[in-house]
Design a protein around this ligand. Structure first.
Ligand code: C5P
Length: 398
């Protein structure tokens, strides 16, 4: 939710400008207020009247509007919001931001503001990939400007590639991740997710079928409650949680290192399907077939147990450590024993027998086990399970 928060929305001139109107509607629906600023080019695509009607606010567009200078002034306007959002951020606006131009209202606000800035770029794929634009993006990243998108897909100009404006729902999620107030505001939560890939040689690896869907959903639910989330993920298929700090890793060893360096955290949720074993001596060169036709023997070594390592930390252990137990039989008995063995506070147990359709599916049926016993939750979407778990975490940390 964005209750009481104000977004200054700078709408650049591009075909995607019409989506900015939907964004205004979504921000308001989430409880936020929007002050729209339209560049002259944006007014070729959407009218100030429609932006103003949707925002239920005055729209600003002219730097030299003297009434506004008397009422508010562009400096004040630039600081009146909790977040400045540029959507769509055109190649021209991005270039102006990167080079510090201030020759119209939008660029002047962006130069004068001391408020965090989020850009949602949208432009033709060639323009996005042009070295000049890419240089500007690197400059803005170094300046601390956050970015969402662009998405990849069909473009209004008939081409295909990166350059589409991120969907308004995704931009809203990104705004909420920065401004949202909730029971977890001020808390840092660490989430591991996805499978790990353990190399055999430079081209082959051992992996598992985890999609990362439950981990991503948990991170998103925590973000919605206001948490700062570090998301340490193996190579997963599921979309990344927007607004989290994403730390991509490949192996269990890398995951442990990333988790350790992300501490301290108020809570840590280990949803990753970490490979139990790695190949003891993965080779630098591709293993070739031998003339004798004898297949190579892979010697496995045990991977670190990340959950157990963090749970048993004497110093710097997160206040709440949650593990997962994917079981195929005696789910509750096995998971209860696992909670003790690993030293974590809660275990989220689920039955992943092939008939359940849970592994790789969209639903989950879990039992949450803590020191007081087992609590069975009804089968629900992974998103709903994540929401309920995030609420339980908020209660425990509150
Ligand atoms: O022992 P098992 O793999 O069933 O335990 C599952 C739980 O332990 C999950 O929370 C998983 O993320 C975590 N785990 C881990 N490091 C490992 C193996 C499992 O953190 N090497």
């Amino acid at each position: 939710m964005l209750n009481g928060k104000r977004v200054l929305l700078i709408i650049g001139g591009g075909i995607a400008a019409f989506k900015a109107l939907e964004l205004i509607r979504l921000i308001r629906k989430a409880g936020g207020a929007v002050t729209p600023v339209l560049t002259p080019a944006a007014q070729e695509f959407v009218t100030p009247l429609s932006a103003s009607a949707l925002a239920a606010e005055k729209v600003y567009s002219d730097l030299f509007d003297l009434t506004d200078e008397a009422e508010m002034g562009h400096i004040e306007l630039s600081r009146s919001a909790d977040l400045v959002v540029v959507a769509p951020a055109t190649a021209d606006l991005i270039a102006k931001m990167a080079h510090g131009h201030a020759n119209d209202l939008a660029s002047t606000i962006l130069m004068a503001t001391d408020t965090p800035v989020l850009i949602a770029p949208a432009m033709n794929v060639r323009m996005w990939l042009h070295p000049a634009n890419q240089r500007n993006i690197v400059t803005l990243e170094a300046d601390g400007v956050s970015r969402i998108g662009p998405d990849e897909g069909d473009m209004a100009c008939g081409e295909y590639g990166p350059g589409r404006l991120a969907e308004p729902e995704a931009i809203l999620a990104s705004i909420e991740a920065r401004l949202g107030q909730g029971p977890l505001t001020g808390k840092h939560v660490l989430v591991t997710s996805g499978p790990t890939h353990e190399p055999i040689d430079p081209v082959r690896y051992i992996a598992n079928r985890s999609s990362g869907a439950q981990g991503s959903a948990i991170a998103s639910a925590l973000l919605r409650l206001g948490a700062r989330v570090t998301f340490v993920t193996g190579p997963a298929e599921a979309p990344m949680p927007i607004g989290a700090e994403i730390v991509p890793v490949q192996t269990a060893d890398q995951m442990l290192a990333a988790v350790t360096s992300a501490l301290p955290a108020d809570a840590a949720i280990f949803a990753a399907a970490v490979a139990d074993w790695r190949v003891e001596s993965a080779t630098d060169k591709k293993i070739k077939k031998t003339r004798s036709g004898k297949p190579p023997a892979l010697k496995l070594a045990e991977n670190p147990d990340i959950l157990a390592t963090i749970s048993k930390k004497r110093k710097g252990r997160p206040g709440l450590v949650i593990g997962f137990a994917a079981e195929t039989d005696d789910v509750i008995a096995n998971a209860t024993a696992k909670r003790k063995r690993k030293g974590c506070d809660w275990i989220v147990a689920n039955d992943v027998s092939p008939g359940t359709g849970i592994m790789g599916g969209t639903e989950n049926a879990v039992t949450v086990i803590d020191a007081d016993g087992a609590e069975e939750w009804p089968r629900a979407s992974k998103r709903d399970v994540a929401r309920r778990l995030a609420e339980r975490i908020a209660q425990a940390l509150g």
